[in-house]
Structure formats: C-alpha cells, structure tokens
Design a binder for this molecule. Structure first.
Ligand code: ADP
Ligand code: LRH
Length: 491
C-alpha cells in the first residue's frame, strides 16, 4: 500500500490530505487543515508564506506521529502569485496577495508597451489585473526591492517546494498563469519578456506535472526527524489539479471548480486562441498530460466568504450551513449582482458593496442576511449559465451537464440553483477535487495509473457523486433574461 501526501493550499484554507490506493480504490484522509488568512501590513496585503511553510511541516509531522510511511508528496495552490529568491538563496520580500491594489493601472501601462491582442495571441491567457505579468510590471515601476538583481521568480508552490528541496524550478500549469508563457513555443516568451524588460534569468526551466522535482533536503529531515521522500511537481495550480480530478466519462465535459473562485470551462487539447475567445475574456491555462483548460474565472464564493468575515467583525458569527439555510428561507430570484463587477474584487465590506450595486442598478437592496446570501448565490448560478454557454460556443461542443468539484459543492442550494440556471444535470463531487488531482498525478508518475482517464475512473468508483436535475425552468429562464439586461452581458 502506498501512502502519499497532497498539500492543497486554497485562498481560504489549506489542507494536508493523505492518499492511499486500496484494491484500485482511492482512500483519502485529512491529516491537517489550517486557515490561510492574508495579512494586511499598512496598505499592503500579503500571504503569510512562512506560516504556510510551517503548516506544511506540521502536516509532515502529523504523518510521522501517526506512524505513516510516506512515499511522496506534492503541493498545489492558487495561481499568479510569487516570491523572489535572491543570490543568497533567501526570499527578497514577502509575496503580495493578488488582491493587493498595487496593480492598479498596470494593465493599461503594459498595453502601452505590448498591445493586449499581442499578449493574448502569444499566451492565450485572459486579462485579469492581478496576473503575474501585471504584478511584475507594477513592482518594476515602483522600483521594488523584491526584484533584486540575480533573483529567481518562484510561484507559491515553486517557492514552498524550494524551501523543502533546495531546488528551483517553475512548474508548467502555474507558469501558464503568469501570462508570460507561450504554449506554442512550450516555453517562456522571450520576446514578451524583453519588451517588458523582465530579465530571462528570473525564470527557471519549466517542469511538466508529474516530474520528480527533488527530495526533502537534509536540513528539513533533521529538523522534523522524518526520512527524505520525493517531492513531485504536480499540476501545482489548484484549478489544474481540480480539473484533473473531475470524474468525467465523456472526453468533452464541462466543469465548475467551485471554491473561493468559480472556474467554469472545459478541457481542450490545444489552446483556443482567437479574437472571440479574447473578447469573451476566456483563458487557456495549462493542465495535466498536455491539456489546456478553456475557462472563465467568476468571482465565486469569495463574495460570501468576505460577507461572512464582515458579519463576524460586527459580532455576528455564522457557519456556511447556517448562511445557506437563511438563504433558503427568503423570496427567490428578487435581486441580482454581477459577481464579476470590479467592486467585488478587493477585500472589504461586501454587504455594503452589494447594497451599493443594487442601488446603482435601480434594484431594491437586500437587507437581511438571508436576502444578501440568496442574492449572491442566485447571481453566481446565473453567471455560471453565461460562462457554461460560452464554453459550449467557444469549444464547439454541446455539454450534457456540468461537473462541480471543490468545497462549494457542500452548498446544496448552490448546486441545485446551478442545475436550474443551466437547465442541465449537475454532478457534484468530489469536494476535495484539488487535493485528489494532486494525488492522482503523483500516482500516474509512479505508474499506479496508466493515465488521467484511468485515474478519473478510480475517482468515480471511490467518491460519491450527488446528482441535481434542473427544476423551475420558467422562473430561472425569466430570471436569466432580467440578469442579462441588468448586467449588460452579451449572450
Ligand atoms: P479554496 O480552496 O479556494 O480555499 P474551498 O474549495 O475550500 O476553497 O471552498 C470554500 C468554500 O466552500 C467556502 O467559501 C464556502 O462557501 C463553501 N463551503 C465550505 N464548507 C461548506 C459547508 N459546510 N456548507 C456550505 N458551503 C461550504
Ligand atoms: C483558484 C485560483 C484561480 C486563479 C485564482 C488566483 O484558487 O487558482 O484559478 O485565477 O486562484
């Protein structure tokens, strides 16, 4: 029996998940879970990277204390963020959070050097103000001391893997999210780097998911009293891992990775890079086994998380199940927001912003907690329909339904409303998609599965899937028409 460990760092929490293969079935056990709270210092928002590294060590210690002999481990996390390692091998500064406002104006500034369509044609990546390309440009403009000469850029999992192994590499799935990687070249885009004056020496060789990236280094083994084990580069972008774990049977399938963000799209063998994909701001992120994810980012349950944080600040503490229950008790389909309005990207008082959005769009603002939660969840479901239909159009495929994975599938109302909104079946599961995707790529590398499709079958056989059939189709269709007019989205 092999015991392997997946560290999955989400924007809201991190976990160490132990994976075992028993008679062809996957068994998982959560060994360690920890909050991933960003830290505001002055007007800067950071990730607590050293705390995250500490929690990874706690996960390894928990395995040791349980007497578990590990064969390997790997890390995945959210995309786009990074740290720099200087010539002395140390961090040159604490990584910024992608919600830090330092990228304000960076997009326009970059476009004045390289036009947007050139960047898209080279990278196939959607434009978001926090993409690595814009963060780097902003840091450069600000003469940030993070960008010390001779430094090396490591994405969050690259960085943690470096702390563990002492080796510096960039992993492919996360490299594509920088918007500096050219899938046609299969490498960093030197022309783009030169135009933006980003030294090529910042960037390392790019490892494919499933590569052994080093062993736990002696200092770590001594400190923790654990044996050295291989550390794999998997699809280190959590969305790449989540999609690897979608238990699909059909080669053309639609997914919704539902956590802090909602990522909705399909898996493709070649990036879809054309004008319409750019206009619709769809992306082509690198995945496992040479695949790409044609998808759209939707702001997701972040809005609910941030409301919950605000209510907590006001002394009202709710669990997620309580919030879902309150949403179920109020009138349906009354008021909507566009979850992707830039109002909702930064941290802050989200209930006030929702009210502000409703007032701006001539709607009666939701007042009670239940009304606010219902407004968020129904608006997400409606926006999912929009992205689902555009996924079908851009990929030229008709999807029979939607696979939902991630922590958000514990929200049964959201799953049902998503089925209602898209008018098709939703298959929900597994909720720990990213961790399971992380595990299967390690097992594929070790020869336990022949490929991702064999692994997807094992996931289907090992984890329950809840099926939601569409209901109340007329009410949801009418609501979608209202939603489109209100938000001005193109259908
Ligand atoms: P990430 O990996 O981005 O940190 P997760 O996949 O862990 O996110 O999903 C977190 C989201 O899942 C939360 O924002 C919350 O809305 C939802 N969630 C988690 N637990 C529950 C629950 N018990 N009931 C309903 N929703 C839940
Ligand atoms: C989801 C995610 C998403 C990125 C965002 C920064 O966790 O990785 O795919 O766009 O975080």
């Amino acid at each position: 029996m092999t015991n392997i460990l997946a560290f999955d760092l989400g924007a809201s929490s991190g976990r160490a998940i132990l994976g075992r293969l028993v008679d062809g079935k996957i068994e998982v056990e959560e060994l360690h879970r920890f909050p991933n709270d960003p830290v505001q210092v002055g007007n800067r928002l950071h990730w607590d990277i050293l705390r995250l590294y500490h929690e990874i060590k706690q996960g390894l210690l928990k395995a040791k204390h349980r007497g578990i002999e590990l064969q390997s481990m790997a890390i995945d996390s959210w995309a786009v963020d990074f740290g720099f390692i200087g010539k002395n091998g140390e961090l040159t500064g604490n990584p910024y959070h992608y919600r830090d406002p330092h990228t304000e104006g960076a997009m326009e500034s970059v476009f004045s050097i390289v036009p947007a369509d050139v960047i898209f044609s080279k990278t196939g990546i959607q434009f978001q103000p926090f993409n690595t390309i814009f963060q780097l440009h902003a840091l450069k403009q600000a003469n940030s001391p993070m960008l010390l000469e001779g430094g090396r850029l490591l994405m969050i999992p690259d960085l943690l893997r470096y702390f563990l192994t002492g080796n510096m590499h960039n992993e492919f799935s996360n490299a594509t999210t920088t918007q500096l990687f050219n899938p046609a070249l299969g490498d960093w885009d030197d022309e783009l780097l030169a135009k933006l004056d980003f030294p090529r020496s910042w960037f390392s060789d790019v490892l494919k998911p499933g590569t052994e990236a080093g062993m736990l280094q002696a200092s770590v083994c001594e400190e923790l009293g654990v044996p050295s084990i291989p550390v794999y580069a998997v699809a280190e972008h959590d969305t790449g891992s989540a999609v690897a774990a979608v238990p699909a049977t059909d080669k053309s399938f639609a997914y919704l990775s539902c956590g802090t963000w909602s990522l909705i799209g399909t898996e493709v063998n070649q990036p879809v890079i054309h004008e319409l994909a750019q206009t619709m701001n769809f992306t082509n992120e690198g995945g496992v086994a040479g695949t790409y994810r044609l998808l759209k980012n939707i702001m997701g349950l972040w809005i609910l998380q941030e409301c919950r944080r605000e209510w907590e600040r006001e002394g009202k503490s709710y669990s997620f199940p309580e919030l879902v229950q309150l949403a179920g008790e109020v009138n349906p389909l009354s008021v909507f927001i566009d979850p992707d309005d830039s109002l909702f990207l930064p941290t802050g008082d989200m209930p006030a912003r929702i009210k502000q959005y409703c007032q701006r769009t001539g709607q009666q603002a939701p007042e009670s907690t239940g009304e606010i939660v219902r407004c968020i969840l129904e608006s997400l479901a409606l926006k999912y329909r929009y992205a689902f239909e555009w996924t079908e159009k851009l990929s030229g495929q008709s999807m029979s339904g939607l696979h939902m994975v991630g922590g958000g599938i514990q929200n049964t109302l959201l799953c049902q409303w998503t089925a209602n909104a898209i008018g098709k079946t939703v298959w929900a599961g597994p909720s720990e998609g990213s961790a399971i995707g992380n595990l299967i790529v390690q097992w594929i590398a070790q020869g336990e599965f022949s490929d991702v499709w064999e692994a997807r079958k094992a996931i289907r056989d090992s984890f329950p899937m809840t099926v939601y059939e569409p209901e109340e189709s007329k009410a949801w269709k009418d609501a979608y028409d209202r939603f489109c007019v209100l938000t001005g989205i193109e259908i």
